[in-house]
Ligand binder design. Structure first.
Ligand code: AMP
Length: 217
């Protein structure tokens, strides 16, 4: 098993591109944000614990997140694409220890770089499918659904994420700025690490990303 990681700020396109890459390569997608949102919408114990933290744009504690991820990895045999994890140095170190123990290799670590001014519009105008098995992502200007508030793929209603408000976005960016540089420093010397220009339209990003995953990393 190999692990690939997409790193980048909120709105950099990690989720959108991860979903596209899954359609092209045999990868399991592990989005901690999707898992947590699913738990919140189902009202599980985990969901109740993290609901407020998430709505405020803060990070869920490392112990909870690491436990969640490692439980998923225990049952996984295919290569995994992480989106939204690791997000702190502590998470990266815990993942490294887990991978060493289980002899799991690190593949690509893609830092998707988007200027901060472009991010807020992407996030505020984002709409997502409420069906967690679908999870399609739209943008009201750049990728609107064919029918307002309805998913093109599965016809479920779309929603505006509760943490995609201006206020929560600002908090998420604060969290990002406080944790991201140590994370990049942790991975920058890995052979699969690459800085990637995410400030292009979604199609062009996908076209440019694909070769990174066909090479032997
Ligand atoms: P995302 O969908 O990746 O933007 O994540 C949405 C929210 O879920 C974040 O703002 C955090 O509250 C929480 N979250 C997701 N992944 C993590 C993580 N790796 N560490 C801590 N909190 C996370």
């Amino acid at each position: 098993m190999k692990i690939h990681i997409l790193l980048g700020p909120p709105g950099s396109g990690k989720g959108t591109q991860a979903k596209r890459l899954l359609g092209k390569f045999r990868l399991a997608h592990l989005s901690t944000g999707d898992i947590l949102r699913d738990a919140v919408s189902k009202g599980t114990d985990l969901g109740l614990t993290v609901k407020t933290v998430m709505a405020e744009g803060k990070l869920v504690d490392d112990t909870t997140i690491n436990r969640l991820v490692f439980e998923r990895l225990e049952n996984e045999s295919s290569d995994v694409l992480f989106d939204g994890y690791p997000r702190t140095l502590q998470q990266a170190e815990a993942l490294q220890a887990f991978m060493t123990e289980k002899s799991v290799r690190l593949g690509r670590v893609v830092h998707i770089n988007v200027p901060h001014q472009a991010l807020e519009n992407r996030v505020i105008r984002r709409r997502v499918c409420t069906n967690s098995d679908c999870g399609a992502i739209y943008h009201l200007d750049n990728k609107p659904p064919k029918v307002s508030d309805v998913c093109d793929l599965c016809s479920s209603p779309l929603k505006h994420r509760s943490d995609d408000t201006s206020e929560a976005f600002r908090k998420r960016m604060e969290e990002f700025n406080a944790t991201f540089l140590p994370l990049v420093a942790f991975y920058i010397s890995s052979p699969g690490f690459v800085h990637f220009d995410g400030n292009q339209n979604s199609e062009d990003v996908f076209t440019a990303l694909q070769p990174l995953f066909t090479e032997t990393h």
